[in-house]
Design a protein around this ligand. Structure first.
Ligand code: HEM
Length: 332
């Protein structure tokens, strides 16, 4: 591949939106775990565009992603669960996120509230409905499933008690190699047990303290990343046999640059204003290496990050069998 194009030569206007709006997560040639928390809605300029201005982002995949979520939920109802004491937190999330979406996307979404009666309009779905806050029966599919039908993000709720956060509700159809059904009811620190280095590095403990200290109304975000073969959103433990074998064959596949995707999660953390529950939103963006390679700085940086990543972290992310092939292609 030619390395003579520099970013100054790039005509960014001709790049597709999926590249211009991609939350490329690396600022250098290596990656280590860190809390990397920053305020929500802070616009981040990249070499070719920007991301991060919205709390709830919608893109060209909006309808197909939500259709896929629906299919996953039909097949496997364990992907959504609400422990009884979290019922009001779900309503807190609805009355926080819907008005935020209407404010951020006024051309397609609208929210009007009169007492406990709300009208929600979403022209992307040709949807106009009325519901009553706190009345689960006023939304045909139930409140959490309804929220999950309006946003592309996966949704997790944490309850704070005994100076600990508990994962007590959620709707997660696009997990990157974990199981919501297995984790529900666990403590925040238990959820993170499989992550390497948690015993020796203070990042998870610090994150826990940070989240426990969030004030009602507080809104923050961070990014995390991994890699996925094909644009497959549902890579949860439950469907492991469907996607895991590709990890063993992709290195030798001549179509690797089109099939292998950098998967970036933009994770929002909100302390809900009425219940004080912590809402954790996970929005997954996938971009194939062939698109990453259109931005020379990204191509080189990702190539170096993959080559340099310590083996325990690569193993945990499930990328150890193909990361060399990927970095070799990116750096060629
Ligand atoms: C500042 C806040 C947070 C930090 C710094 C953090 C950090 C991390 C890190 C470093 C990983 C490993 C990622 C990788 O190597 O790909 C991870 C995984 C994970 N995190 Fe967090 N996290 C945070 C918040 C949360 C919250 C609020 C939840 C919701 C309960 C959560 C759930 C998970 C899950 C389910 C995994 C995968 C664990 C598995 O493999 O089973 N994280 N987190």
């Amino acid at each position: 591949m030619s390395t003579t194009i520099t970013d100054k030569d790039l005509d960014t206007d001709v790049l597709p939106e999926r590249i211009r709006r991609f939350p490329f997560p690396f600022s250098g040639d290596s990656y280590r775990y860190s809390a990397n928390v920053e305020p929500a809605r802070k616009t981040v300029e990249t070499e070719v565009g920007s991301w991060g201005s919205f709390l709830i982002d919608t893109d060209e995949h909006y309808l197909p992603d939500l259709q896929e979520r629906d299919q996953v939920l039909e097949k496997d109802p364990t992907r959504t669960q609400v422990l009884p004491h979290m019922r009001l937190a779900v309503w807190d999330a609805i009355t926080t996120l819907l008005p935020a979406m209407a404010e951020e996307h006024p051309r397609t979404m609208s929210y009007h509230r009169n007492g406990n009666t709300c009208r929600w309009g979403n022209t992307l779905q040709n949807l106009e409905l009325e519901f009553t806050i706190g009345d689960d029966d006023s939304l045909p599919m139930g409140p959490l499933r309804f929220l999950g039908s309006q946003i592309q993000d996966d949704i997790v709720f944490l309850d704070a008690r005994e100076d600990t956060l508990w994962l007590d509700a959620g709707l997660v159809t696009f997990a990157a190699d974990w199981s919501f059904g297995f984790d529900v009811g666990m403590k925040f620190m238990e959820v993170h047990t499989p992550v390497p280095r948690v015993q020796t590095e203070p990042v998870i403990n610090r994150a826990h303290q940070f989240l426990l200290r969030l004030q009602p109304g507080g809104q923050f975000r961070r990014t995390n990343w991994t890699m996925t073969v094909d644009r497959r959103l549902d890579t949860s433990t439950e469907t492991y046999p469907d996607w895991a074998p590709d990890r063993g064959t992709i290195a030798a596949d001549p179509d690797l640059p089109n099939r292998l995707h950098l998967r970036v999660e933009v994770q929002h953390m909100l302390c809900l204003p009425h219940t004080g529950a912590v809402l954790f939103l996970i929005r997954s963006y996938l971009l194939p290496l062939s698109d990453i390679a259109q931005v020379p700085v990204w191509r080189e940086r990702l190539g170096h990050v993959l080559a340099e990543l310590p083996e325990d972290m690569a193993e945990y992310k499930g990328i150890s069998r193909y990361r060399k092939a990927a970095s070799t292609w990116l750096l060629a």
